[in-house]
Design a protein around this ligand. Sequence first.
Ligand code: FES
Length: 143
Amino acid sequence: MEYSAKVMEHFTNPHNVGEIPDADGIGEIGNAKCGDIMKMYLKIENDVVVDVKFKTYGCASAIATSSIATDMIKGQPISEVLKLTNKAVVEALDGLPAVKIHCSVLAEQAVKAALADYYKRQGIDPEPIVGKIEDHDHDACHI
Ligand code: FES
């Protein structure tokens, strides 16, 4: 399997790894089947994501996509963060092997889950804003 230089760079030296103890929203997406879990922490001020950290227990693609996704949303208003797609993440990584595309969905979904948590904490129903959080299809990336 061939990974781009960008994937290798983010996998070996991931950005924004860790936790935010006083996060305003935390999202966790995972699948018991392959054991991959991604946890995303957001610090939000005036509708802007001022800080973001993540922890991923997963494959190289999952780590590289979460790393680049955090770079892409840091400092962005929520309206822009909501537009983050796994496609944009994959493009920013100069592509992923076809069988690994599904791993990138984990990053998009973890960000959305963290935003959903942020709204829930304020008593706001997140679904009309963030949409439905889909479960990552792990069967597709274990080939
Ligand atoms: Fe499960 Fe990539 S995230 S194998």
